[in-house]
Design a protein around this ligand. Structure first.
Ligand SMILES: Cc1ncc(COP(=O)(O)OP(=O)(O)O)c(N)n1
Ligand SMILES: Cc1nc(C(=O)O)sc1CCOP(=O)(O)O
Length: 446
């Protein structure tokens, strides 16, 4: 059954907040999105240049049109802009019985007011009492509750005021602005407090309020209980901020797609690498090219999602010599590689399309063959590594890969190093996918 969620909000031409963020969020949860546009904003990541309010009648008609034909399982409000729109929205949604999430949008991240000063009373009197949950950030919660919020305890007091004095069923005061090491949100619902904690991640924050409240709405539309909907929304927004795409010159927008793209990409990476490793293990002459330390074969998530070694899949425990044959010690796992993961993540800073690598035993003969086959070869010399990098744990490989790429001033297929004390010399082959990397290996050792 298709669930339907309605957003009653303003449009952000930059696609970062408002209706656009809400629809992307609904989609990420597999919910059909419906809209009632309250206001058109000419907006980008830096500023709001113009606001054009839709008439209250047309706002109401949009709500009625979708509810009466398609049906609404849950709805949310965002930018309501003025008192007349607020009154029309309140009067219309009162006729129906879907749960309403109220994001009390007041000011855009860029500083522009999105709610007229004289509309605050209407918001408090007409909309808040209809809310299943209100989702203010700290400044919004201060305006609604009338208290200053400087601690978690203050946030709790504000949430309680919004419920007990203003008449909402629940209130969640978001802690993103509280200056704590963790982002702690406080929900007051059914007479109880519940805290939601997540690491305070750096990333893209335009549209966080909209996307968070839309994620709660989507999950309510799917029949989840409020506490569970908030738990999922918290995970969703943390991921969206962390994996935000750095577009525009101001506050870059939350990436709602991360929620669905990462699991899908992980599956693609896993499948493709598993297939290539299987084929690698069938290569007859492979054992003589496996280094003493073992061989690994890695494939990273696409650049936007490849932040650290946990975003790179490899063979757990590596591929090792076993008598006259080779064996993978474990299966394909994310986070299973350390050296090659660092190598590929550095490589991707220069050439994001190259996401796969494997290592093999160094021989001069192989390097000559690689060049004669037309593969682009570069190298780094561990003895030239600057002392300050040497002193940094895990710094050698990133330095080496960067040095090799800069030396070639082109995209290498092969990078080698001649080792150092206690460090085996090594050849690394790079490719856009495990299939391409394997093809290069087969050319080389075939
Ligand atoms: C049209 C529109 N609606 C709402 C907002 C505010 O969105 P929010 O999610 O709070 O994000 P920031 O503006 O704080 O980044 C908006 N900007 N535009
Ligand atoms: C041990 C080692 N050193 C390499 C180098 O390039 O110097 S490649 C390598 C083997 C692969 O290691 P992992 O499983 O941590 O990716």
């Amino acid at each position: 059954m298709i669930r339907k969620a309605l957003t009653i909000a303003g449009s952000d031409s930059g696609g970062g907040a408002g209706i656009e963020a809400d629809l992307k969020t609904f989609s990420a949860f597999g919910v059909h999105g419906l809209v009632a546009i309250t206001s058109v904003t000419a907006q980008n990541t830096q500023e709001v240049r113009a606001i054009y309010d839709v008439t209250p009648e047309v706002v109401a008609k949009q709500i009625e049109a979708v509810v009466e034909d398609i049906g609404v399982d849950a709805a949310k409000t965002g930018m309501l802009s003025n008192a007349e729109i607020i009154k029309a929205v309140a009067k219309t949604v009162k006729k129906y019985d879907f749960p309403l999430v109220v994001d009390p949008v007041m000011i855009a991240k860029s500083g522009a007011p999105l709610l007229r000063e004289d509309a605050m009373d209407a918001l408090i009197e007409k909309i808040i009492p209809l809310a299943k949950v209100v989702t203010p950030n700290r400044p919004e919660a201060e305006k609604l509750s009338g208290i200053k919020i400087e601690s978690l305890e203050d946030a709790k007091k504000a949430a309680k005021i919004i419920v007990e004095e203003l008449g909402a069923e629940g209130a969640i005061v978001k802690g993103g602005h509280l200056g704590l090491s963790e982002a702690v949100d406080v929900l007051y619902f059914n007479g109880e407090f519940k805290e939601y904690r997540a690491p305070f991640v750096q990333g893209c924050t335009h549209g966080t309020g909209c996307s968070f409240s839309a994620a709660i709405t989507a999950n309510l539309a799917k029949g989840k209980k409020l506490e569970e909907a908030v738990r999922i929304a918290k995970k969703f927004i943390t991921m969206g901020i962390y994996y935000g795409a750095k577009i525009g010159h101001g506050h870059c927008p939350v990436n709602q797609n991360a929620w669905i793209e990462i699991p899908a990409e992980k599956w693609r990476v896993y499948e493709s690498l598993s297939k290539a490793v299987k084929e690698l293990l069938t290569l007859e002459n492979l054992p003589k090219y496996v280094p003493e330390v073992g061989m690994n074969f890695v494939y990273a998530l696409p650049k936007l999602y490849a932040k650290d070694k946990d975003d790179v899949a490899g063979v757990k425990g590596r591929i090792v010599k076993f008598g006259n044959t080779v064996k993978p010690v474990g299966g394909i796992e994310f986070g299973a590689s350390d050296h090659l993961a660092r190598a590929i993540l550095t490589f991707m800073e220069f050439f994001p399309e190259v996401r796969s690598a494997l290592n093999l035993k160094y021989s001069e003969e192989l390097i000559k063959k690689a060049s004669s086959l037309g593969l682009k070869v570069s190298f780094y010399d561990r003895r030239e590594e600057p002392e300050e990098i040497k002193a940094k744990e895990g710094g050698t490989i990133p330095w080496g890969i960067k040095t090799a790429i800069e030396r070639l001033n082109d995209r290498p297929d092969v990078i080698y190093h001649l080792g150092d004390r206690g460090k085996e010399p090594m050849i690394l082959i790079f490719g856009e996918s495990p299939e391409v990397t394997l093809k290069k290996l087969k050319m080389l050792i075939g």
